[in-house]
Design a protein around this ligand. Structure first.
Ligand code: HEC
Length: 305
């Protein structure tokens, strides 16, 4: 087989032909440069450096004046739930629910979260029941075929403030307030983005004119958002007495939204920690005895000689 391949491809492939290669290399590398004077070498080296440097400078200049990204990237915040061992702050989820209910729910729905989901997370069963009963839900039809309104139950989902998208747009200058159930997963930057958005309102820079019903927010793509600033210092009063600064309100509502988008967050982390501990135990039971026997064998062998 090797002989056939050798015949087809030429014996030089199978045989190491170092002499020829060395000859080729020496003629290739030295023939072109060895004749150069020192001056010529310096000239070409300088030319190379200058061309490379100019290219890099042009690239840097071009990059610095590009206006392709007009929005600010949200800074990364040290959330109490980030980190391998950290769970969500459930007091914060509870306060965040208060912020959502008293501020955001006027315009945003959360159709994937039911009142029963709050039980054991931020509220007791009785508290969640009381929360549900505060809203009116359409039900029916009754025996006469009519739809009717009734107080909410634990199984009801958070109500939508508008009956349909058209009504929502009509009330918000043509913009649609998105459902917030999965918003921290649906936006690049997650809760960092939502926090930056809620606290980042400022005056538009000179030359940028906002249309009616639009507000300047550097974190929103394009800079012009149709949601007015929703959070101010003491916009609501917390039931637990926490000072309600705008940043506190934003942090709490973001933690609440993070939980809403990933209700399994704590369980997932717990599971990961358990798997790590299990793997360590398994490794220990497998490798420690093996290591022990290796040491014993070595001692025995050494004792023999
Ligand atoms: C008065 C109505 C109103 C209130 C109150 C309100 N929003 Fe909005 N929100 C809107 C509208 C309208 C938009 C769509 C903006 C657009 O597309 O320009 C929006 C968009 C958003 C977005 C999506 C931005 C994006 O990247 O598309 C988030 C997140 C958001 N709101 C969070 C909140 C939170 C959290 C609260 C409560 C603290 C809140 N909003 C209160 C009307 C409101």
């Amino acid at each position: 087989m090797a002989a056939t391949v050798g015949r087809v491809c030429g014996a030089s492939i199978l045989k190491a032909n170092r002499g020829a290669v060395r000859h080729q290399v020496s003629t290739f590398t030295t023939a072109s440069f060895s004749g150069w004077t020192k001056k010529r070498k310096t000239l070409f080296a300088t030319l190379g450096i200058v061309t490379g440097g100019t290219g890099a400078l042009l690239f840097a200049l071009d990059y610095s004046v590009k206006a392709s990204e007009l929005e600010l990237h949200p800074p990364k915040n040290p959330w109490s739930h980030s980190g391998f061992f950290a769970s969500l702050d459930h007091n914060s989820i509870r306060r965040g629910y208060e912020v959502y209910k008293q501020v955001c729910a006027a315009c945003h729905g959360m159709k994937y979260i039911a009142y029963r989901n709050l039980i054991g997370v931020s509220h007791t069963e009785a508290e969640a029941k009381a929360e549900a009963e505060e809203v009116q839900v359409q039900d029916g039809p009754d025996e006469a075929g009519n739809m009717y309104m009734r107080p909410g139950k634990l199984s009801d989902y958070f109500p939508n403030p508008y009956p349909n998208e058209e009504a929502a747009r009509a009330a918000n200058n043509g913009a649609f307030p998105p459902d917030l159930s999965y918003i921290t997963l649906a936006r690049h930057g997650g809760e960092d983005y939502v926090f930056a958005l809620l606290t980042g309102y400022c005056d538009a820079p000179a030359g940028i004119v906002m249309r009616e019903g639009q507000y300047y927010n550097p974190y929103f793509p394009g800079g012009a958002i149709s949601m007015a600033q929703a959070l101010y210092n003491e916009a609501i009063e917390y039931a637990d007495g926490t000072p309600a600064y705008a940043s506190q309100l934003a942090k709490d509502v973001c933690t609440f939204l993070k939980w809403a988008a990933e209700p399994e967050y704590d369980q997932r982390k717990l599971m990961l920690i358990k798997v790590c501990i299990d793997t360590l135990c398994l490794l220990e039971t497998e490798t420690v005895p093996l290591f022990m026997w290796m040491v014993i064998a070595k001692v025995l062998v050494q004792a023999q000689y």
